[in-house]
Design a protein. Sequence first.
Length: 785
Amino acid sequence: MSISERTALKKSNTNISYVEDTSVPLNRKKKIHKFQWCAYAIALSILIMALMLTIGNLFMSTPSIIETPSNFSNITSLMELEIPSQFQSNDDNQIVGAKKLFLDKDELSEAVKVGHEAIKKRVVADASAKSFSFGEISPDIRHRRAVSTTPLAGRIAIAGIGELAASNYIETARKSKGMDSAVGAFFDGMWNLTGISSCSETENAQLISCESKSKYRNINGSCNRPQNQGAAFTRFQRLLPSVYANGIDTPRHAKSGKPLPSARKISLQVHGPSPSSNPSFTVMTAVFGQFLDHDITATAISQINNTSLACCPPNPSHPECFPVDVGPGDPFYDKTGSTCMEFVRSAPAQQCRIGPREQLNQVTAFIDGSVIYGSDENTSNSLREFKFGRLKMFKTPDGRSLLPLSTDPYDGCNRDKERQRGRYCFISGDARANENLHLTTMHLLWARYHNKIANRLAEINPMWSDERLYQETRRIIGAQLQHITYNEFIPIILGETESNRLRLRPLNDNQFRYNLDENTNPSIANSFASAAYRFAHTLLPGLMEITDAYNGTEEYVQLHRMLFNPYSLHAELGIDHSIKAATSNFIQKTSTHVTPELTMHLFEDPLINKKLKNKITPCGLDLVSLNIQRGRDHGLSGYTAWREYCNLSRPVTFNDLRSIMDTDALTEIKKLYESVDDIDLYTGALAEINKSDGIVGPTFTCLIGGQFQRLQQGDTYWYESASQPYPFTKGQLKELRKTSLARLICDCSDGITITQPLVMRSASKTNPTTSCTNIANVDLMMWKE
């Protein structure tokens, strides 16, 4: 059967059944049957108890990790903390329709032993590995801060390590015996020291109490979908099976079995700079896109003792290291003598199944404002004022509201010189909020907007409690974030034609949407998070024009100097300057070409660079290399397989790509890859010729469009849905559809009074700048009780 770009969006043919306890009706007229039933039940109970004792003895006999040396107590203590059941997912996208698989007693016993041994070996490897020092400022440290990993993800990864070792053992043993694969079989290694299972075969540890008619989303995304699809700390889903070199967990190799070409070499030869401005759209497109990305994805990266792992020589090798090879003759790294770029593999997710490595999404998949509020109760509560539903803010001496300050000197952002001036980096619902100035600005705008709405609702409904005000405001914010995404952002990325074909555009006025699909899995696809949505890195210009209209001056700032440098927001006109730069500078055309600011200077420290004055060449990172390497780390299929998935022609030879790819890009691609099937998804899709009215090529259009369709159809709390537990009223829905990013800027900037209505699009005759008084506002009186 051919696979089309909509295959993953169709209802599954797999029948989902829910098993519940039932009692067999007894025939009261036949007393003898009653006696027989009782006797049978007693015998069955005895048999089950005997079986449970046998299995219990088997598990208790497995090697215990308590033998770990005392200096490894930090790692061991992590294992003692049982992983909350709501953070586990049992949806298996790779074996849909597969028969029920089981491991026999001997297999299970050996697999558990192998898993425990692997965890002990990892503890030893962690103890001898080198981590970056606290307070150390380097591009690598700043990069790790940009992909922050929580302690909970680290605990889940420990279980994942054991499962992968067990999976490797089982699959190797079965293959040697000519037996069928066990991929998909339930597996519980009981990794915690207490021996209490963190998996359950019947519900895979999903048996949590859900309020079926809750009006508000759970902060961690649970209780939205069956099996907790899309909840925080569940794994990314697969649209195509993973392709690991050993079938389980080693990064993808070439079709011939040889290593793939260096990601850095591909970056240099295919993704070199070639400025090509796209005057139709503003940098705000990329800014909002990144903000949205952080709302729905946060890949967990492997760590040691909650610190960043150092992989390049002279540091000792570690199983989670997968550094990018930098060959001789590199025009940038040769100057520093570097032969390696730091790269650590994504942390493995626990699956409670035998199978290949999967990766963990630390945030909710739903477009719900988790980037503002966090994806766990602790983060959410730490940001709340607990008065009138408001979020905490920092008040400047001149009365402006900023995000709460981060006073942690080791957060990868704060600088001694700035702290001495009383200027700090910030805290928000996402740990990456300080990554660049424009992103921090977006966080600030939405936090201010939350408080604006909460204050207004408190005026309208003075009887509402703090909790009610907070939850109602959060619900409104989530709806508005969804509306801006689908009304302003998606039509730019996919084009109007594809947006309409997929029915992604918001409906009109007070209409409800009725296309919620119970069989749609809204979890973020691995291919989306690890490749497709990273197209936006090509949109960023190397220089950003900053205009000061008040003083009549302008300056150009290098992009890398805006990374982890949010201090200008402390200044009186800082937020307005940042917004105006984002809404006036043009993006670059989507292509293979990426600015050197991202391929040579990523996460360089601008303050340190000024001190060096060219005495030492700074050594930034290469974002393109990291993107390519991440796809291989995740076992993403090659580019040609994704074209077939999307019902596009699958190239068999390089000549088949001549009508598909940019000529210059194809010339370099042919030099680098042995086979057309070896081409990495990220590189291949960016090289495609785009003939649509969107800004990405056909393969990324398919993968991005499919993801946003699943996020719309698979979200029980979708703002337009008539079937959510407590739908918005028609009057409320009509008001929510007046939402625009321009209105948010007008309401929450310090002094912007004029802007174009569609701020992701450049000002033009059809999108002229206008007074904020002409931009529609949401009437919150529709929420009056």
